[in-house]
Design a protein around this ligand. Structure first.
Ligand SMILES: NC(=O)c1ccc[n+]([C@@H]2O[C@H](COP(=O)([O-])OP(=O)(O)OC[C@H]3O[C@@H](n4cnc5c(N)ncnc54)[C@H](O)[C@@H]3O)[C@@H](O)[C@H]2O)c1
Length: 271
């Protein structure tokens, strides 16, 4: 599954799944252009990645023999995302793969300022993906060799899990919205041999889940969590499990796969 000569743009690249994608695609030969906010968002109940995390991702990519530009940028800021992609294309000459991965959640208590929670989650998880795609698509077309866009949704994008609390509802609404957006893009970009798919991971051991706020939620025995179980007897996936599937999805081995909402979920959706 060689990606020699390919260039990938990845958002939310400083840790977790974004980092795993960067390292895996670099191992397969791709150069990486990545952004991460590297700052906390006040309405969230767990921390985002830091600039040190972003530097660590760059180091890990380089230790695979790869090359990466890592930029601090917020996907809610279209101009910042566009500048980062444009600079990457200027440095590496082209763009072939886009992984719109940055995302946030808030599943715990209902905060007083619930309107800000709704706005921040929709702005990051839905509008942020729109910004990422909008800033990248012309570069994919200009490359003249097709391309692959992978949008990170969630099992929440396929199945009605979560709660009526604002954070869970906004998360599910955004992640389900991405499926519709993906289908439109897949139709529209097919003539350029650009493939567009969503992935739908179940729980993955990253900063989004392995944090104090989530531990508190699990300890509270919230009934909403009872529906959150995989069919396979696997409690949680690792970021590398998701990166392995994505490495295949962006490779030529999946060259006719487009418009697909792909569960990477140990059977979560069928349970
Ligand atoms: N971890 C899970 O259980 C799980 C399950 C299904 C889907 N997902 C999705 O996977 C994706 C990756 O999350 P993860 O599990 O690696 O969690 P994570 O919190 O470790 O990683 C998310 C990254 O995105 C960055 N980020 C957040 N807001 C940003 C913004 N506005 N602009 C730029 N970067 C921003 C964070 O700093 C962090 O590095 C997310 O879209 C998430 O919704 C996660």
């Amino acid at each position: 599954m060689s990606l020699d000569g390919k260039v990938a743009f990845i958002t939310g690249v400083a840790r977790g799944q974004g980092r795993a994608h960067a390292v895996r695609l670099a191992r397969d030969g791709a150069k990486v252009v990545g952004v991460d906010i590297c700052e906390d968002i006040a309405s969230m109940d767990y921390p985002n990645a830091s600039e040190a995390d972003l530097a660590e991702t760059v180091k890990l990519v380089e230790s695979e023999g790869g090359a990466m530009i890592g930029t601090k940028a917020d996907v809610r800021d279209f101009a910042a995302v566009k500048t980062a992609v444009d600079q990457g294309v200027e440095r590496y000459g082209r763009l072939d793969i886009v992984i719109a991965n940055a995302g946030i959640v808030r599943l715990g208590d209902e905060p007083e300022d619930f309107l800000t929670v709704w706005r921040d989650i929709i702005d990051t998880n839905l509008t942020g993906v729109f910004h990422t795609v909008k800033a990248s698509t012309q570069h994919l077309i200009d490359g003249g060799e097709g391309g692959s866009i992978v949008i990170t949704s969630s099992s929440a994008g396929l199945k009605g899990t979560g709660t009526s609390k604002t954070g869970g509802s906004a998360y599910t609404a955004a992640k389900r919205g991405l499926v519709g957006y993906m289908q439109v893009l897949a139709n529209e970009l097919a003539k350029h041999m650009i493939r567009v798919n969503t992935i739908h991971p179940t729980g993955v051991a990253t900063g989004m889940v392995m944090n104090e706020a989530m531990q508190k939620l699990f300890a509270s025995g919230d009934p909403a969590l009872a529906s959150m179980q995989n069919a396979l007897p696997i409690e949680i996936l690792q970021p590398e499990d998701i990166a392995n599937a994505v490495a295949w999805l962006v490779s030529d081995e999946a060259k006719f796969i487009t418009g697909v909402a792909l569960p990477l979920d140990a059977g979560f959706t069928i349970r």
